[in-house]
Design a protein around this ligand. Structure first.
Ligand SMILES: Cc1cc2nc3c(=O)[nH]c(=O)nc-3n(C[C@H](O)[C@H](O)[C@H](O)COP(=O)(O)OP(=O)(O)OC[C@H]3O[C@@H](n4cnc5c(N)ncnc54)[C@H](O)[C@@H]3O)c2cc1C
Length: 446
């Protein structure tokens, strides 16, 4: 196949609140000319920007172009919960224990975190946006506590440390009496995701990478010896194309009917004033993932990260058309308000300032697509919901492959099976959403 056309472009529902908190970005540089490049990266999320950084390390004199459909940090990169997790975090399991070689995955996740840390230091990104504070798996029920205990045993078998917190310690941390236990693990980095991603993009620009925003790629094709990458108002003639568009890989006709186009939802309070903070108590920064992977993630941030606020994340919907519907967001917003009120009855009814949906991409068998698609076309896509770390890794892998470089990261992804084929439509959407609702119901208060 030597010609690819983007059938669908990203469509966002609700604001990318993490980016809004940081204030306006400098005006976008849009591609409005025909230019040349050695490497053209499509998509400027965790994967695309990590690919660009890895290319600058491997081929410092190469001409690197990044084309982003919207603004940097306004896609999923500015819509997630910001947990850059080192440990197994298998969303399809009951307790996050992975089905594969967890030791190898932990080592790779830590490579991703080290790669990001180096960028933070080199580009002088605000350390508040990359806070190595660890996280807690909160359990609200006896079943959740059982998950936490089984996960702790699994971690111990891998030689990983964790600490079980009792209800009082959870209360002192979060100000919420909702949790009956919490499993603290120290290795997660809590990102201000938009701050990190914007800082990464700015650093790359300083290193000579040309980042074009509002420059959606409509297609690319082989012409003569080069690939011609088209946007609405410009084109790049390039030696190699790196696709880091996450689920939009399928928009280009790659891995069709094998990628689960999932939307997650989140909500953020307004800035809490002194009186509201006194009502909550607890610590100014913490992150709690649910002991049941289909439960609710909660996070508190402080002024260093965008104001004293609480973020709630819950609900999921599979939308093969690659857009969450207004009804999806309305429903999720109602559920998120209920989850927030349940955890913080002292603030019950506090209206959220921001509510949004974000796109992520999973495969049925939990694999990524980080490999060569055809000569000089590479993919660093499909993060299975863990895109802060996995996206960093797939971006590194795609860049390394594009330079003909092999590492344990490229070998890891190349050894993975292809994504499994999904059931046909409409069964895929109906079936998956029924299962998601059931799992949501089963997670109950978690
Ligand atoms: C509510 C929510 C909470 C989450 N929480 C976490 C978490 O705590 N930890 C974690 O690890 N992950 C989390 N995730 C998942 C994480 O955000 C994603 O896995 C991650 O953003 C994927 O990174 P990526 O670079 O592969 O893709 P993306 O961040 O989606 O970046 C792809 C980019 O490609 C661009 N693009 C697409 N098509 C084109 C085109 N034709 N031309 C040009 N550009 C294009 C898009 O605009 C986008 O910016 C969460 C996601 C959501 C929605």
């Amino acid at each position: 196949m030597s010609s690819y056309t983007a059938r669908t472009l990203p469509l966002h529902r609700g604001p990318a609140a993490w980016s809004v908190l940081l204030g306006a970005q400098p005006s976008a540089r849009e591609l409005k000319a025909e230019i040349n490049a050695d490497f053209t990266i499509i998509g400027a999320g965790f994967a695309g920007l990590s690919a660009a950084r890895r290319l600058t390390q491997l081929q410092p004199s190469a001409k690197i172009v990044v084309l982003e459909a919207g603004r940097v940090a306004e896609g999923a990169a500015g819509r997630n919960s910001g947990f850059m997790i080192d440990l197994p975090h298998d969303l399809a399991s009951d307790d996050y224990a992975g089905a594969g070689d967890d030791r190898a995955m932990i080592a790779l996740n830590r490579r991703a975190i080290a790669f990001a840390r180096e960028a933070v230091e080199q580009y002088r990104i605000d350390p508040n946006y990359f806070d190595a504070a660890g996280k807690v798996n909160g359990a609200a029920s006896a079943a959740g506590h059982v998950h936490n205990k089984s996960y702790a045993r699994h971690l111990a078998s891998l030689g990983e440390t964790s600490e079980m917190l009792d209800p009082q310690q959870m209360y002192e941390l979060t100000g919420s009496r909702h949790y009956r236990s919490g499993l603290f693990t120290p290795g997660t980095v809590m990102l201000q995701p938009a701050g990190y991603v914007r800082g990464l993009a700015a650093g790359l620009v300083g290193d000579g990478v040309a980042v074009f925003e509002n420059s959606a790629v409509t297609g690319f094709q082989k012409q003569g010896g080069a690939w011609q990458v088209r946007t609405a108002r410009g084109a790049v003639s390039t030696g190699a194309v790196i696709l880091t568009v996450n689920g939009h890989l399928e928009s280009f006709g790659i891995e069709t009917d094998r990628l689960m186009q999932l939307f997650l939802f989140a909500a953020m309070t307004p800035e809490l004033d002194v009186d509201l903070m006194a009502l909550i108590g607890g610590q100014p920064r913490w992150g709690v993932t649910p002991s049941d992977p289909m439960g609710t993630t909660m996070r508190r941030i402080d002024t260093g990260q965008g104001g004293n606020r609480i973020i709630t994340r819950t609900c999921a919907a599979l939308r093969p058309g690659m857009a969450a519907t207004p009804r999806d967001l309305e429903r999720a917003s109602r559920v998120m308000q209920r989850k927030f009120d349940q955890r913080f009855p002292q603030l019950a009814g506090l209206p959220m300032q921001y509510q949004w949906a974000g796109h992520l991409c999973l495969s049925l068998n939990g694999v990524s697509v980080a490999r060569q698609i055809e000569p000089d076309v590479f993919s660093g896509c499909v993060q299975n919901g863990l895109g802060t770390a996995r996206g960093t890794l797939t971006g590194i892998a795609a860049a390394e492959r594009a330079c003909g470089y092999n590492s344990d990261i490229t070998r890891h992804f190349e050894a993975e099976h292809p994504p499994k084929r999904l059931p046909p439509q409409p069964f895929r959407e109906l079936g998956a959403n029924a299962v998601l609702r059931w799992k949501e119901w089963r997670a109950r208060d978690e």
